[in-house]
Design a protein around this ligand. Structure first.
Ligand SMILES: Cc1cc2nc3c(=O)[nH]c(=O)nc-3n(C[C@H](O)[C@H](O)[C@H](O)COP(=O)(O)OP(=O)(O)OC[C@H]3O[C@@H](n4cnc5c(N)ncnc54)[C@H](O)[C@@H]3O)c2cc1C
Length: 248
């Protein structure tokens, strides 16, 4: 048996007529962004490939492949030993790959696409970022979108909120997500971990909303309220929308 071949995937252009997967075992590493995640899933389904998820480290020890990934909101790190096969993963800037391969953009595969955002402001450029964490639910995230639209901001999410499917991975801010540098960062249902706030610029004024008065975020937030975000966020959204209509 020959060893693992590892290829970084560039998502562009039409789908290839046939993937040269003659060399097995083969790991394809897609970008850890919305397009990459979508294409990786579609590719795995179509080619019956093993799905390794979003990995932080890939290494070969002799003929054996190991990948690392975090789980449970980063509280556990998993080292996975991968049985020889065709496998897919996603990663930011994968190291030690043998080459690159271009695969079709998600439009060329049977992928159901949903809009990432209604707001036109990009997360990285937003002056106001409205962040949601594990304490929220789908309705609260919908209220965050309404608030962002009303103030011209963008919605962000913590890693656990992304893991729970409350927001797409492209919205994740933090150590393993995006870096944002807004003037105001509104954090609802987030405890205030260093891994999340590593992704928030130092100039941001932080406004926290949390049910727990002892949550660490209140130790560094500039303003905040102890309240149930699930109740408060729809009220804030409605008030901002009403104000906007009055001034329209
Ligand atoms: C290597 C590594 C990289 C990581 N990278 C990232 C990263 O990029 N981004 C990231 O976010 N995390 C990252 N993490 C995870 C990080 O350690 C935390 O697990 C995560 O940031 C916590 O997210 P959270 O604040 O949403 O959840 P929690 O810490 O669980 O906090 C939830 C908060 O919501 C509050 N709450 C509950 N219900 C309500 C309600 N109804 N209304 C208001 N408040 C409520 C709770 O009181 C609690 O304070 C990483 C971890 C590791 C180890």
């Amino acid at each position: 048996m020959t060893g693992w071949r590892i290829l970084a995937v560039t998502c562009a252009g039409p789908a290839p007529t046939a993937l040269d997967a003659a060399h097995r075992p083969l790991l394809l590493v897609f970008p850890a962004d919305a397009s990459g995640e979508a294409l990786a899933g579609a590719f795995a389904a179509e080619h019956d490939a093993a799905v390794l998820g979003r990995v932080s480290d890939i290494r070969r020890e002799g003929q054996t492949l190991f990948v690392s990934r975090s789980t449970h909101g980063g509280r556990l790190a998993l080292d996975l030993k991968v049985t020889p096969c065709l496998a897919v993963a996603t990663a930011n800037d994968p190291q030690g790959v043998d080459g690159t391969i271009t695969l079709g953009a998600p439009e060329t595969l049977p992928v159901e696409r949903t809009s990432l955002e209604q707001a036109s402001v990009s997360l990285e450029a937003a002056k106001v970022v409205i962040g949601g964490g594990r304490g929220l639910d789908p309705d609260s995230f919908a209220a965050l979108e309404r608030i962002a639209a009303a103030v011209g901001g963008a919605v962000a999410a913590s890693l656990p909120a992304v893991d729970l499917g409350l927001a797409p991975v492209a919205r994740q801010v933090g150590q393993s997500g995006k870096f944002v540098n807004p003037a105001i960062y509104f954090a609802a249902g987030m405890s205030g971990t260093p891994q999340h706030f590593a992704g928030v610029g130092a100039r941001a004024r932080i406004v926290a909303l949390n049910t727990d008065a002892h949550a660490p975020i209140f130790g560094f937030a500039h303003a905040g309220a102890v309240a149930d975000a699930r109740e408060v966020l729809p009220l804030v959204a409605a008030a901002l929308e009403a104000k906007r209509e009055t001034h329209a």
